[in-house]
Design a protein around this ligand. Sequence first.
Ligand SMILES: [Zn+2]
Length: 465
Amino acid sequence: MAKDIWAPDAGTRETGTLRHAATTAAAALLSVALALPAHAQGKVAVVRDAEIETLLKDYATPVLKAAGLKTSRVQIVLVNNPSFNAFVDGQRMFINTGALSASTVPNEIIGVIAHEAGHLAGGHQQRLREQIATARTLAIVGGLLGVGAIAAGSIAGSSGGTQAGAALITATPSLVQRNLLSYRRSEEMNADQAAARFLNATGQSMQGMLTTFERFSQSLSLSGVQVDQYQISHPLPRERIALLEELARKSKYFNSKDPQRLNERHQLMRAKIAAYSGGAAAVVRLFSKDRSSLAARYGDAIATDLSGNSAASLQKLDALIREQPNNPYFHEFRGEVLLKLRKTDEAIKAFARAVKLDRSKSALIRARLGFALMASGKPGNMNRAIEELRVAIQAEPDNFTAYRNLSQAYGQAGDIANAELVMAEGNFQAGNTRDAKAFAARALQKMPKGSPGAIRANDILTIGN
Ligand SMILES: [Zn+2]
């Protein structure tokens, strides 16, 4: 099981690598790396996908509203990682693809979202960060005290003084850790209680949340050695499970089930993740009980394309579309397959259909429509390509592939000045200041004096000077 199959041929990029105007045929899932502060340990591999992002938004929106959180301010970020994990950082909620595959029904992942919303609403992570900052300071102070005591002890030639110093050094960090852990436990119970409130307010069961957390407490006690990230970030003592169970059974919604349509979308999402992370075999494993289901066939169509057989994949997708003609993501993936088959005109139609059907108005699909228009190489398509890509970039200024494609569209339209200005913008956004300035300098030479483009190029040239 390779975890880097998300974007096999292109679209795979890390923040800060937009340098050259290279041609790419990006996959539906864009892989990017996101720099994270503090506890998330450097970088996490983030994946973008319109279908999954929209579904998670639909899961989260009612819960976030019940939590009194502004839904537009909370960003849900999909992490390309097969292990089960979810965590919050400021206004962002990170969910691993592994957590999505492991959740057999929507309610299980909605429970996780409700718990994380409890952390967000309680401002826990913020306070936790402050606690860690204080803890570090304490540890350093303690360490200095210890060193001072050792020095004092050795100067005095007293062995007792030396021992006291050593004890101080070791005692201080563990004391801090103990305080942090007990603090953590109360935050977890607090988030569980908040989650119970949010789920009740939205008329949803806590059964899924209970299932998820029981699964973890069991795997922890059974394996003994296997330590999962989620268990570290969400300690699960027996008392916590007991509280959850009590809260869950008290709710009048305990036996409420997810709407059928939502469950179907959940299975389509799991099929897609399985296809990207483990190919056809993973899809078969996941749907061994129902290999003819819509989700199983969707996963099979995706896996077929990823294994290199785009023609066969196209036939499978056409069959799915006959069944669900209004599913935007079937059309979106069909567009990707058609691009691989070099049927650009048909790909444009498929993406345009997807854009029209996509009620969430995902900028990702707009960007792919723009790319297909640009890739057609037809002069008559360039204005539309530029427009679509501009809309996509305006919505998501960190879509670096879209800058490259927009630059290519300008290039094909014969507008070299704007092609270079867009590369300057993209590199600037990606943090490649040197490349940004080089492109801006070239663009400036070709732009009419005082034009908006010239002013922007000049801005980029003079920033940080
Ligand atoms: Zn938690």
